[in-house]
Design a protein around this ligand. Structure first.
Ligand code: PMP
Length: 409
């Protein structure tokens, strides 16, 4: 944290994509929950790699390979510090949150979820943290059980406690809901589950860009996230795990890099983290993610959090006075996403009319169909905020909604 004077204009200037017209109007980007925009330093880090030292990592006999390997492994150290991981070997590269969860489901799940046992997930999980467990359940004759929600759209804590029976082997929870923006009480829930010997996975896809993560304080067994939601590139993500668990897990994919010795008599595997990183990795993705973490570390976290909280409060307050607007989800602590409906208008029509005015939102089920069924709706309009948004963006959204009403109602 270097700069205490949070200056939104100089921050926005670091994101070149924001400075453009879309459909004849200045872009208002309210879709950061789907993917965040990238600062120039991340774009530069990727360009520098390709223009200056493109090379495959590890085992190279030349200087470019050394340089690439140093940058690649330095990024792992940066992620380890970012998560407050005891060791950098506990940070494994994946393609994203989705692949990280699938890795755990395949590798850990195969040997830890016997027939008839239960995997608990909240009803507001993203499909990425439902479907891998369902596939595993199908293979094993196990069950995926949803934790119900309160009418506010929060995870029902009493129902959760009651569901913690001896046959529960896994709890998978999102740190922040991508559809509703609710911050879930993961530390408390993980502690309750751990006290009963249940393995826990926290999906941090929507949390990492909004607050400090401390896996040791959370006490979870696995923590997963995607680089592209943290100002980094697509195609790179992280699986963090407890060292003993990762050491005991079999490889997820076989190939080069993940082995120690190979022969037709038998193959032995590499140690952490390489045991889980078969083949040439996403080198530029890792280097870009390292640059994204440098960028995050350069921010005044307190000032940024205050800015984001101010924007969310402003958005919630303005929404309350719009006739026909129904807010979906009323979590006490909400970051990033704000979902709503406009009476008499289909979300996708609203999204289209906003786009015509240069305003980017997302509409639909947001990969949370069970949550939508729970709320008895098919989808929402979702405006999602990041550090580079302004009150002016929110004013433009509401002006855009008034235009949408004129067209649609
Ligand atoms: N979990 C949550 C909460 C998400 O918001 C997302 C992305 N929408 C995912 C998982 C999946 O992330 P990715 O597509 O980057 O793998």
């Amino acid at each position: 944290m270097s700069d205490n004077s949070f200056n939104i204009e100089s921050l926005r200037a670091q994101f070149p994509i924001l400075n453009q017209q879309v459909n004849g109007a200045p872009l208002v980007y309210l879709d950061s929950a789907a993917t965040t925009q990238k600062p120039q330093c991340v774009i530069d880090a990727i360009t520098d790699y390709y223009t200056g030292y493109n090379s495959n990592v590890h085992r190279g006999a030349h200087s470019l390979a050394d340089k690439a390997t140093i940058a690649f492994e330095a990024a792992r150290e940066k992620v380890a510090k970012f998560l407050n991981s005891p060791k950098s070997e506990q940070v494994l590269w994946t393609r994203g949150t989705t692949e990280a969860i699938n890795l755990v489901a395949h590798s850990w799940g195969n040997s830890h979820i016997p027939e008839g046992e239960v995997m608990l997930v909240s009803a507001l999980e993203n499909h990425a943290s439902i479907v891998p467990w369902q596939i595993l359940a199908e293979q094993k004759g196990a069950k995926v059980v949803p934790i119900p929600l309160t009418p506010n759209g929060d995870i029902d804590q009493n129902a959760f406690t009651e569901l913690l029976t001896p046959n529960v082997k896994l709890l998978a929870l999102s740190h922040v809901s991508n559809a509703l923006g609710s911050v879930n009480p993961v530390a408390k829930m993980v502690a309750e589950a751990k006290a009963k010997g249940i393995t826990t996975l926290v999906d941090g896809a929507q949390a990492v860009a909004h607050f400090t993560i401390d896996v040791q304080a959370l006490g979870c067994d696995f923590y997963v996230f995607s680089g592209h939601k943290l100002f980094g590139p697509t195609g790179i993500g992280v699986l963090w795990g407890q060292e003993a668990l990762l050491n005991a897990m079999p490889p997820y994919q076989g190939g080069g890099e993940m082995i120690d010795t190979v022969s037709f008599e038998g193959t032995t595997f590499n140690g952490l983290p390489f045991k889980f990183e078969a083949g040439t990795p996403h080198i530029e993705g890792v280097i870009g993610l390292g640059a994204a973490i440098d960028f995050v570390n350069s921010l005044d976290h307190k000032a940024v959090a205050q800015h984001e909280a101010d924007l969310m409060a402003y958005l919630i307050d303005k929404a309350a006075s719009v006739e026909g607007l129904t807010r979906i989800g009323h979590a006490e602590h909400q970051v990033g996403a704000f979902s709503f409906l406009l009476e008499g208008a289909h979300p996708s029509d609203v999204g289209m009319i906003l786009d015509q005015q240069g305003i980017a939102v997302r509409t639909g089920h947001h990969c949370t169909q069970p949550l939508m069924s729970y709320l008895n709706i098919t989808g929402t309009i979702r405006a999602s905020l990041s550090i580079y948004n302004t009150r002016d963006d929110i004013d433009r959204l509401f002006a855009g909604l008034e235009k949408a009403k004129l067209f649609l109602l």
